[in-house]
Design a protein around this ligand. Structure first.
Ligand SMILES: Nc1ncnc2c1ncn2[C@@H]1O[C@H](COP(=O)(O)OP(=O)(O)OP(=O)(O)O)[C@@H](O)[C@H]1O
Length: 261
């Protein structure tokens, strides 16, 4: 059995009168690819925010595997969780716009290697060695994403689809154990979405990490996910394989209801 590396217990958060996430129990194993779907406002991004430490729950627990056991991380900041191997992308792109593509990736790598700060401050020989190593690693990642040619382009000058891809490269650069992708295909054209579908599968196979993705593009999410969770009004409506979810009467109702509005 694969090790469980993320788990929630009766996780809830309230904003005033709204219970955005309501008693949710989910889990993810090492190297699993999980889709998180649900109608608009179902609580998907809020659940990501609880898992990555942006919010503290009103009730319940978030547990992450720390190498030995599943430990409660309710009080751990996003930075601490990042050190446990959590990385994410956001619905709205957050790049360093006036830095090049390569620099964007290197900055992300740097933030995950604390020791580097000291040697870079004093420009020690190890700084230059590290610098070369980082560049090489960054270029390797960029080449997987077919972005080597644009390594010296300013992030702000990239077409939209490539900016989204760069966001994923940056998250990968921190060498995460769990990668959270929040609507990675949002705003992409069909060709870009097809490329992304292939890339997500490739990344999971090559980097052996757990990926959890929120996605409204059903073709993408059904093609890549091994298992899906469906949220509605903050509650878990269903979970299962893509086929089970497509045939689930409650899920069909939730989606048809949304389309009929
Ligand atoms: N910081 C907040 N303060 C108040 N209400 C919030 C906050 N964050 C989320 N909500 C509410 O919680 C509910 C769930 O929102 P959330 O953004 O998590 O849904 P979602 O499933 O990600 O939606 P979408 O698919 O449209 O991105 C919504 O009713 C939203 O208005």
């Amino acid at each position: 059995m694969a090790q469980t590396i993320l788990k929630t217990r009766d996780l809830s958060i309230r904003f005033g009168g709204v219970t955005a996430v309501d008693g949710v129990n989910i889990e993810a194993a090492e190297n699993e690819l999980i889709g998180l779907i649900g109608p608009n406002g179902a609580g998907k991004t809020t659940l990501f925010n609880l898992l990555t430490g942006v919010y503290s729950p009103s009730e319940g627990e978030v547990l992450l595997f720390d190498g030995q056991q599943l430990a409660n991380v309710n009080r751990q900041s996003p930075a601490k969780r990042a050190r446990l191997g959590v990385a994410r992308t956001f619905q709205n792109i957050r790049l360093f716009e006036s830095r090049t593509v390569l620099e964007n990736v290197m900055i992300a790598m740097n933030s995950s290697t604390q020791a580097h700060v000291f040697s870079s401050l004093f420009r020690l020989p190890s700084f230059y060695k590290n610098e070369e190593q980082l560049k090489n690693e960054a270029r390797k990642l960029l080449s997987i994403f077919d972005m080597l040619e644009v390594q010296d382009t300013l992030a702000t000058n990239l077409p939209y689809g490539q900016q989204r891809r760069l966001e994923i490269v940056r998250a990968l650069a921190t060498k995460p154990k769990i990668l959270f992708l929040d609507e990675p295909a949002a705003g992409m054209n069909p060709q870009e979405t097809a490329d992304l579908t292939r890339l997500i599968k490739q990344v999971q196979q090559e980097f052996k990490m757990t990926i959890i993705l929120i996605e409204h593009d059903m073709n993408l999410v059904m093609a890549v996910s091994e298992r899906l969770y469906v949220l509605e009004y903050g509650k878990l409506l269903a979970s299962g394989t893509p086929l089970e979810i497509q045939q689930n009467a409650d899920v069909i109702r939730a989606y048809l209801g949304e389309n009929n509005e």
